[in-house]
Ligand binder design. Structure first.
Ligand SMILES: Nc1ncnc2c1ncn2[C@@H]1O[C@H](COP(=O)(O)OP(=O)(O)OP(=O)(O)O)[C@@H](O)[C@H]1O
Ligand SMILES: O=C(O)C1=C[C@@H](O)[C@@H](O)[C@H](O)C1
Ligand SMILES: [Mg+2]
Length: 171
């Protein structure tokens, strides 16, 4: 198993939250591609979308994934849309063990509806948008995943325990 764990999934899947906990438990360094983009640009993601559009954000995201995938011994929480780009998918598959955190659109909605920092969900029908994204992206997350974890009815801590058990079983 490679020395890196990469977490993928839709907005609200828990990539950042579970990723941080996994990094602590495995004594790896945690990175989050969204936070890295914000640190490099000095701007929050909604602002980047506003100024450069989604296309501009995706270019920055691809550069960031290319760089982060050169690192060793890390846990990487990725942005929800990284799998849209086939080059990103290759980087993830080649350089790490990829974990897909899956959840239904309804659960994702309940986890994200109070947060204004996800520009793609600032629409009149965010639940409908999550359903649409789920249909489009679920096959792509599965394409890159070494492990699919259903996060329904799981706390962050129970997910961490489940993950550690599974990683130990596969080691
Ligand atoms: N298994 C879970 N059960 C309940 N709440 C959760 C779970 N996982 C994450 N959360 C909560 O959902 C919210 C979103 O989680 P998080 O930011 O980690 O998602 P993400 O996958 O990183 O999303 P994004 O792609 O937008 O960065 C947070 O408030 C987090 O505490
Ligand atoms: O699912 C997506 O396309 C996104 C998810 C977030 O992590 C951010 O990368 C951004 O809000 C776009
Ligand atoms: Mg995140």
């Amino acid at each position: 198993m490679p020395g890196n764990f990469y977490l993928v999934g839709l907005m609200g899947a828990g990539k950042t939250t579970v990723g941080r906990a996994l990094a602590r438990a495995t004594q790896k360094t945690f990175y989050d591609s969204d936070h890295e983009i914000e640190a490099r640009t000095g701007a929050r993601i909604p602002m980047i979308f506003e100024i450069e559009g989604e296309g501009g954000f995706r270019e920055r995201e691809a550069e960031t994934i290319a760089e982060l995938s050169k690192l060793h011994g890390i846990v990487l929480g990725t942005g929800g849309g990284v799998i849209l780009n086939p080059i990103n998918r290759n980087h993830l598959r080649r350089n790490g063990y990829v974990i897909y955190l899956r959840a239904s659109a309804e659960e994702l909605y309940s986890r994200t509806c109070h947060d204004k920092n996800r520009p793609l969900l600032q629409t009149a029908d965010p639940l409908g948008k999550l359903k649409e994204l789920y249909e489009l992206r679920d096959p792509l997350y599965r394409e890159v995943a070494d492990l699919v974890i259903d996060t329904s009815q799981q706390t962050v801590n129970s997910l961490l325990q489940l993950l550690l058990k599974e990683l130990e079983r596969q080691a």
